[in-house]
Design a protein around this ligand. Sequence first.
Ligand SMILES: [Zn+2]
Ligand SMILES: [Zn+2]
Length: 380
Amino acid sequence: MSARDYLDKDFYAVLGVTKAASADEIKKAYRKLARQFHPDANAGDSKAEEKFKEISEAYDVLSDDAKRHEYDEMRQYGGAFGGAGQGGFGPGGATTVNLGDLFGDSNLGDMLGGMFGGAGGRSGGRRATKGEDLPASVTLSFRDAASGVTTSVQLRAEAVCKTCGGTGARPGTSPHTCASCGGSGQTVRQQGGFGFAEPCRACHGRGQVVDDPCTSCAGAGVTMQSRTVNVRIPAGVKDGATLRVRGKGAPGRGGGPAGDLLVTVHVSSHPVFGRKGSNLTLDVPITFVEAALGSTITVPTLDPDTVKVKIPAGTPSGRTFRVKGRGLPLKNKRGDLLVTVEVAVPQRVDGKARKALDEYAEATASDNPRSDLISLAERE
Ligand SMILES: [Zn+2]
Ligand SMILES: [Zn+2]
């Protein structure tokens, strides 16, 4: 695959995943789309066939670590090339025309920009690029998620090499400007009368050549390092939410800022409490007597104290009572505690209780809750 193909195609968009997607997420997205657009399932549909090819091509690259890395790098530099159209016109560099605007076609602008920029000898060095966003995840207890907490995330990822400080050169030496590309990091390939910018092969697009590479990073300027990042989890965070920690991702290139850390939050379930938006839910068993005669019951909350809930006489099983302001904090306001009562039926009734129930049955023998059932069922 040529560099141009790499630059033109957004394989992440094709699979509908983010740049930070894990191998698993990529595989899942691919399988889903492949099933949907598989030729067997879309006989004679040329659009589906085309789509299936695109999906397969994207997966071929993104499922292979080495290919994916190369693709990411290529696209990162490709982004920088687009800028070559600006200020790269002629040796003087006085005319600043964005050819993309001129032609109303950014691809053409990039193409011409690459041509003129490269041939005209652009003066500027590489453009600084922001580092990659890195994925991470934390698992929180229900209570910590409700109240908010500061937790730490352990990760192993690329970071600026501690030995060379990111230059890639052995300490005491320094990299020099690449002679092939004059430090721009790109060269121009001629094809069909047009010039295409592509990353310089001599310096791999870095614009700098290291003669005596740092032994810790083999000249890459970055090494895999374990580190700990503290993450402030806001109160009321939802399961599945993603928090962005700025500047804690992969290091930038060419003096660019570091990427961000994208932390996915998993919230463990609670043995007693559930959650509906900012409301806390709680199922509470009550006896038939409490439901029939009314009662005041004591229920737990997520706070250190308990609250009392008044159950009116004649409460049916499944009714929900609202305790204001005892839910989860969300945007400086607390939701409510929703208490749903369930009439508990005893598994065994003996002795005095048995006798009382028999008497109750006798006293209410004329109350048949099913009196209308059969006639109503027969009517329609
Ligand atoms: Zn190093
Ligand atoms: Zn070079």
